[in-house]
Design a protein around this ligand. Structure first.
Ligand SMILES: [Zn+2]
Length: 353
């Protein structure tokens, strides 16, 4: 089952479960101290065909407002990641919290999300992949969406093998997106990563940087937004590679170099980190150890889970709750009560690895 199909299934059953009061039964034991939300882009709805994977990465300004309204109605405290760290180490019992985090460093975080967050005085973190503002990262998932939507098939030769992907129907387009995405992330080698992208998209390497120039925050924008006390800038590596595919030396340099560059541009210490992609296939014990050794206060994954007191011993691998285009109030209720993490992790409460 694709991750989008799972999300659709969850949004279909969420109203039912929340109407019959199951969430209320779960919340006392499973809601935990609160949770950390994952966002990527906030953009105005687009009236064109999209690949579903991208709908997981984008929400509308209205949805951001609705998410804020939901947590206000539930009397959650809106807190920064510094405060999440403090609360994990504090013996006091406080209200439940929610922390907003945005991955990658898209320009719309500044132009669209920031005015909304500022209006409501919501603290937030933006995790920057530093080759985004350096305009040297390849947002291959956007090229892939474009190629799949405009073609009936995609063909290329790679390492003496011919690849053919049927894109003649919506279903085939979705399946081809998932297959090519897996090819790019699972057989990843730094040395030939851009060669592979060049071959798939039939573009010169320099032309692969076009999307990042259009979509990413600039260093000037990062510097400006970082001056607001509501904003925390976190690190998200240099290149957004799947870390599990790198050597330990490369992992440390991807993490450290991004931190140092952000500190140079903002003049502020970087104490929070998010793992690129963040699933078990891309970030696990070795990567967590690296983040711990580098003395970050927190490291966040994309494992789904709420935050519990026991996470104070595992602040380098905090789970999050992802907000996507089909997250409505009933899904939020399902997630915040702990019921959804309970189902996904088959009863496990404290999600780390
Ligand atoms: Zn990311």
């Amino acid at each position: 089952m694709s991750s989008y199909t799972k999300k659709k299934l969850i949004s279909a059953v969420a109203p039912l479960l929340s109407n019959i009061g199951v969430c209320k039964l779960f919340a006392p034991a499973y809601a935990g101290l609160g949770h950390i939300l994952t966002f990527h882009r906030v953009i105005k709805p687009q009236n064109k065909q999209r690949i579903h994977n991208h709908l997981s990465l984008e929400i509308s300004p209205e949805q951001l407002e609705n998410t804020i309204a939901f947590y206000k109605s539930q009397k959650y405290d809106f807190i920064s990641l510094d405060e999440v760290y403090q609360r994990l180490h504090s013996p006091k019992r406080l209200s439940k919290f929610v922390a907003f985090t945005f991955d990658d460093g898209y320009r719309d975080n500044y132009t669209i999300a920031y005015p909304i967050l500022k209006k409501h005085q919501i603290p937030f973190t933006i995790y920057i992949t530093t080759n985004f503002p350096n305009c040297k990262a390849v947002l291959w998932w956007y090229f892939l969406e474009e190629e799949i939507l405009k073609n009936d098939s995609i063909d290329f030769e790679w390492q003496a093998k011919h690849y053919h992907f049927d894109c003649s129907s919506i279903i085939n387009k979705e399946a081809s997106f998932d297959h090519i995405k897996n090819l790019i992330t699972r057989s990843f080698q730094i040395e030939d990563h851009e060669d592979l992208l060049s071959v798939i998209f039939k573009k010169e390497k320099t032309a692969l940087y076009s999307h990042v120039k259009a979509l990413a925050l600039s260093w000037q924008e990062i510097k400006t937004i970082s001056q607001d006390p509501l904003c925390t800038i976190g690190a998200h590596t240099v290149n957004h590679y799947p870390l599990s595919q790198l050597t330990t030396e490369q992992v440390i340099s991807e993490i450290n170099e991004s931190r140092e560059l952000i500190e140079l541009y903002t003049g502020k210490a970087v104490e929070h980190f998010a793992y690129p992609f963040g699933k078990i296939e891309q970030a696990s014990l070795r990567e967590f150890d690296a983040v711990k050794a580098l003395k970050f206060k927190t490291g966040t994954t994309t494992r789904i889970g709420n935050i519990f007191k026991a996470h104070r011993h595992k602040t380098e691998c905090l789970p999050r709750i992802s907000i996507n285009s089909i997250t409505d109030t009933s899904v939020l209720r399902l997630q915040s009560s702990g019921l959804l993490p309970f189902i996904i992790h088959r009863g496990r409460k404290v999600v780390t690895n």
